[in-house]
Design a protein around this ligand. Structure first.
Ligand code: ADP
Ligand code: ZN
Ligand code: ZN
Length: 757
């Protein structure tokens, strides 16, 4: 039986460090409460009569009156109020007897709120599972089960044969959960009632978890074994490690072995995966191999399920949690290891509210917790690579594919002056035909959903444009509807050109729907499946769709969704179209993203014993990004790209923060940025020498200057040194709240932005 419920002693050592910092509380102290409001301050409340505001309140949730309504907040501190205590309102209710947030997580969240320039209340509301943030009780999450009472053990010897005796002998060996009994002794419930009536069995919280047998994994190859050894050697102290290895090189086996070592020591492990990677198969693999309960945490669960998972980890009732971005806020009272799989993945960055980065926070927490943080990727982020090359991260590499799988052959197809069918060249269609003839599967991969076809008039050049945004509408439902990907506006496609009345309206550019149609026409007898958000709606939608194909020969058509995750053993050909759109983009991260995508999607071909082939169709076969990738792989690409970033003063050689604002009028946006910039310049002067390398760029119109009817602009702050940026931000952002012009815009600050729009 797992022993992790006994690890309370270990927790205390880590806790001491924080409680030692406890403050002396004055007699007239009040509660300083962080509320989930976009205001950079706490709100003072009185405790109920006769109850002191002592340090035991800090980290507890309270329900408080706020205006005409009530709010749930977290007590951030106790102390004297600026206001007359008698004038303060009292709290309505204390929701936690013990702090819900304490120790390292509490410290890390306070740190993150400062780092991302977010009000603590908003940071906490982001970090807590919804149900808890909304005030739900921290429900009981102990595993309950049946055990034999003292009297039961004594009575067992004298019991007559029958179901009650069979149940009693089972429980004599070990306590069991209802689920286990359902399997082992069908019909046990009436026997349990009989025994319970005589007080021979009890339904109680049982320690540990259902006994499960962990399946052994494959014998690790040398590089895997070295990687596991490096992680295990680092247990118990902070150590960032980068594990680089292409898809199928066996990174997950490394995670599993390292986690097993943690679990065996009674420690907890947190595994972060990209949104798309948390498939039922992935979870099943973890559960099968670890032999302890593995909790999941993702947006497909109900609020209650997520809160329960969070609480079980907080109470050390579970040891392993696998989750997406917001799982980085999981409490780890018995910390062992944090794994971040596909650490370069864009889904780790939150794109609204508090714009945190889960990989970066994982590193911050790992440092606070003094545990290793294992970052895995086939295509590490350039930031991460730079750390590894500077020796700050322990670098581990898996050079070979596990088993006998061979790397795919990559070919560039020059389509200049070649006829295309729905964007597909002759060579590509021939390769697809050959693949189907071999009885295998192919993937036609279209880069970026945003490049879906737009509707143009062949006669006058009119293009269907969104009324609310500076953007083209894209064609959907086989040309019947037009949709704006930016504001969601939709409308029926016009029957004729609104400008010249011509009927020659045509979709331009090949979206997945058009590719699917063209492929169906070209291969009338083959199965062609389009994989996008619509065709994969609902729980496990993608898996259900893939199951319909099974092992048959066929063609999948899709975008980003298909770049990773799901194992497709019969997939041997990957054909990439739309490469060119990614080659020429204003975004400094576009080349990195395209390179990562090309490597990821290539990794889908020939995973099993069959060799794979990858075709890249482009008008720019000599583009350095493509030739670099082809000749030197991601490593060569990264070297040259890091050089470009350094020359241009972009991350990781600079530290950015982006102030964005939007309003219904240009004047409101201009007034806000004028004030914001004056403030920033004044503060920069005050920083004197510390401000060297601190630059403001803009304000400029956002890359999409109008969206959903709002005018948008942005101001970029770049700094050669991170501390200088933080020093400026910590004065600048609080001051922005005070600006009258800030009330007439919607503004936000993005620290370490991923997209500069
Ligand atoms: P990654 O996480 O890098 O994509 P996985 O760990 O999922 O790679 O491994 C890919 C496949 O190879 C899996 O089916 C896995 O079981 C298998 N595999 C991994 N390591 C080994 C090994 N040492 N020996 C045999 N098979 C292995
Ligand atoms: Zn026209
Ligand atoms: Zn729009």
């Amino acid at each position: 039986m797992a022993s992790y419920t006994k690890s309370a002693d270990r927790v205390t050592a880590a806790t001491l460090h924080y409680t030692a910092a406890m403050v002396l509380v004055p007699d007239d102290a009040v509660l300083q409460v962080a509320l989930p409001l976009p205001l950079p301050r706490f709100f003072d409340y009185r405790t109920p009569p006769g109850i002191a505001a002592d340090a035991g309140w800090v980290g507890c949730r309270v329900r408080v009156p706020f205006g005409k309504r009530q709010q749930i907040g977290v007590v951030a501190a106790v102390g004297r109020s600026q206001a007359e205590p008698a004038s303060l309102k009292g709290i309505v209710e204390r929701l936690d007897a013990q702090p819900l947030l304490s120790d390292e997580l509490w410290q890390s969240l306070r740190w993150a709120a400062r780092y991302y320039q977010a009000p603590l209340g908003e940071m906490l509301a982001t970090a807590l599972p919804n149900a808890l943030a909304n005030g739900a009780a921290a429900a009981d999450t102990e595993t309950r089960g049946w055990q034999l009472s003292e009297a039961g053990h004594t009575a067992l010897g004298g019991m007559r044969a029958g179901a009650p005796r069979r149940l009693a002998s089972l429980l004599h060996a070990a306590a069991r959960t209802a689920e286990q009994l359902d399997q082992e002794l069908p019909g046990w419930r009436s026997a349990a009632r009989t025994l319970a009536a005589r007080a021979l069995v009890q339904h109680v919280a049982i320690a540990g978890s259902p006994v499960q047998i962990a399946e052994p994994g494959p014998a690790l190859h040398r590089e895997q074994a070295q990687a596991v050894a490096a992680v295990i050697a680092g247990l118990g102290s902070f150590q960032p490690l980068l594990l680089e290895g292409i898809t199928g090189s066996g990174k997950t086996e490394v995670y599993l072995e390292a986690i097993r070592a943690c679990v065996a020591r009674g420690q907890q492990a947190l595994v972060l995966v990209p949104e798309i990677g948390l498939t039922p198969q992935a979870l099943h693999r973890f559960r099968r191999r670890l032999g302890v309960p593995v909790l999941a945490f993702h947006s497909g669960l109900s609020d209650r399920e997520r809160a329960a998972a969070w609480l079980r980890m907080a109470r050390n009732q579970a040891q392993v949690l696998v989750g997406t971005r917001s799982a980085v806020f999981t409490p780890l009272p018995a910390p062992g290891l944090i794994v971040v799989d596909e650490e370069h993945d864009g889904s780790y960055k939150q794109h609204d509210g508090v714009r945190y980065h889960a990989r970066d926070l994982a590193l911050v927490r790992g440092k606070q917790l003094a545990i290793p943080v294992l970052l895995g990727s086939a295509t590490p982020a350039l930031e991460t690579l730079a750390h590894a090359r500077a020796g700050r991260y322990h670098y581990l590499c898996l050079r070979q594919r596990a088993g006998n799988a061979k790397p795919p052959q990559v070919r560039v197809i020059d389509i200049r002056k070649r006829p295309l069918q729905a964007g597909l060249s002759r060579q590509m269609l021939d390769a697809l035909a050959a693949c189907l003839a071999r009885g295998e599967q192919a993937l036609v991969f279209k880069n970026r959903r945003g490049y879906a076809p737009v509707l143009i008039c062949h006669d006058c050049g009119w293009r269907a444009q969104c009324r609310h945004c500076d953007a083209m509408l894209t064609v959907h439902e086989r040309g019947r509807r037009l949709l704006c990907h930016h504001c969601g506006a939709r409308q029926a496609a016009p029957p004729a050109c609104p400008d010249c009345a011509s009927l020659a309206l045509q979709p331009q550019g090949a979206g997945t729907e058009r590719i699917e149609d063209a492929l169906c026409a070209h291969f009338p007898h083959a199965t062609v499946l389009r994989v996008d958000r619509q065709s994969t709606k609902g729980r496990n939608g993608l898996q259900r769709l893939l199951d319909t194909l099974g092992e048959q020969p066929g063609i999948l058509v899709g975008t980003q969704m298909l770049a990773k995750g799901h194992d497709l053993p019969r997939l041997t050909l990957v054909a990439v179209v739309g490469v060119d759109e990614g080659l020429f983009s204003a975004d400094f991260r576009a080349p990195e993203r395209l390179a990562q995508l090309l490597i990821q999607v290539s990794g889908r071909a020939g995973r099993a014993e069959r060799p794979g082939e990858v075709l890249l169709q482009t008008h720019h076969p000599d583009h350095p990004l493509l030739t670099g990738l082809l000749n030197g792989g991601y490593r060569a690409f990264a070297d040259s790209e890091l050089g470009e970033r350094e020359a241009a003063g972009f991350p990781p050689f600079a530290h950015l923060a982006l102030l964005r604002a939007e309003a219904s009028t240009q004047a409101a946006v201009d007034a806000f940025f004028a004030d914001a910039k004056v403030l920033a310049l004044t503060l920069r002067r005050a920083l004197a020498e510390a401000s060297v390398g601190l630059n403001l760029h803009g304000p400029i119109a956002a890359p999409m200057a109008r969206r959903a009817g709002q005018v948008r602009a942005q101001l970029l702050l770049s700094a050669a040194q991170r501390p200088a940026r933080q020093a400026l931000l910590s004065d600048w952002i609080p001051a922005l709240y005070e600006l009258p012009s800030a009330r007439r815009v919607r503004w936000s600050i993005d620290v370490d932005p991923i997209d500069l729009y």
